[in-house]
Design a binder for this molecule. Structure first.
Ligand code: FES
Length: 165
């Protein structure tokens, strides 16, 4: 009698295992990526200079100069590490192999072969917030100069990569 009870218990346990396996099969694992289009608040939130508050959450820096706003993608163009902003030097420095970028994203040192990407931005007509399209990126050909790999700034300050606000 005792062994019969254990037997049923084993069968039920096996069925439970099969059921869990079938459920896992029917509900596959899904990796949820963060959205590539997102809002970052109204332009007046951002003062002149480099705003780093969205680097960790969104992989961007928001930069305002005397003419408007642009968004730099905080991914090093060498091998993809995350550079750090040094406000006292006004430079981004990559901790991996030493690439250095200025506030415009130009390469002023190290092995990076391209300037930092700029993400497409626009203003939401309803709430006035800046919309960032992280996957649409400006990637001009930098020219080699004595200062580094540079792109003529006015050629970068064009829609949809620059907001005159
Ligand atoms: S990944 Fe930035 S310098 Fe190599």
């Amino acid at each position: 009698m005792m062994s019969l009870g254990v037997g049923w218990g084993g069968i039920l346990a096996s069925l439970g295992g099969i059921g869990a396996g079938a459920l896992r099969f029917m509900v596959p694992s899904v990796l949820y990526e963060p959205p590539t289009i997102f809002k970052i608040g109204r332009p007046e939130v951002y003062g002149v200079g480099v705003d780093t508050k969205l680097k960790k959450e969104r992989q961007i820096w928001v930069v305002r100069n005397e003419r408007g706003i642009y968004v730099l993608v905080s991914i090093c163009r060498h091998l993809g590490c995350t550079p750090n902003w040094f406000g006292d030097q006004k430079l981004f420095r990559c901790p991996c192999h030493g690439s250095i970028y200025d506030t415009r994203g130009n390469v002023v040192g190290g092995p990076a072969p391209r300037t930092l990407w700029r993400a497409a931005i626009s203003i939401d007509p309803v709430d006035g917030q800046i919309i960032v399209d992280f996957s649409t990126r400006q990637d001009p050909d930098p020219k080699g100069t004595e200062e580094g790999l540079m792109v003529e700034e006015m050629s970068r300050e064009v829609e949809p990569y620059f907001l005159k606000v």
